[in-house]
Design a protein around this ligand. Sequence first.
Ligand code: LAC
Length: 225
Amino acid sequence: MAAQANTSVKALVFDAYGTLFDVHSVAALADRLFPGKGDALSQLWRNRQLQYTWLLSLMDRYEDFAVVTEKALVFACASLGLACPPATRAQLMNAYLELSPLPGVHDALARVSRVPLAILSNGSPGMLAPLVKNAGLEGRFTHVISADARRVYKPSPRVYQLGPDTLGLPAASIGFVSSNSFDAQGAKAFGYTTFWVNATGSVAEELGFTPDATLSNLRELEGKI
Ligand code: LAC
């Protein structure tokens, strides 16, 4: 609605995993490989993937997101008592390059495409390129920016700085869009105009970096810029 629109937003930068792409679309394959355990594996895999990015960042021991993702997979399988030989691991890692776009993503992006759109993700370039291509989103983004350029992960401000540097705009003029609450908090702390997509009705974080708007789905972005 016009009254709520933030006309100072000159570009939109999107988180990838969980915001545009469904990280749990691997659960179907995981369930075929490990009947009855697909959802649990997918949840634990994602959980450890994120935790490892934070731990490695604090330790100043950056590793490529593909390496982090595979290590998280090995941990998740071991925790659930699942044998995950290299061929199975490769199958699941490959599925990560073909995650489904979340419902409504194509439409939501089309509706806000009057401003430049970019991705800023922890994913390494080698993971993001096939992801965007397989989802049929090639050409939708002016830039696909990876934390790999700074060899640290979100929520480090060094990663968020890539947005203004790449787009040539101040952070406050860029709308940062994420479903991941830690990422929305980090982006707001950095200085972006921040949109948290809270499709699941999660409780708001208490860190004090309140997003500028909380949306229940990506399509609501259209009325906010
Ligand atoms: C990303 C993770 C945080 O795409 O979802 O950066």
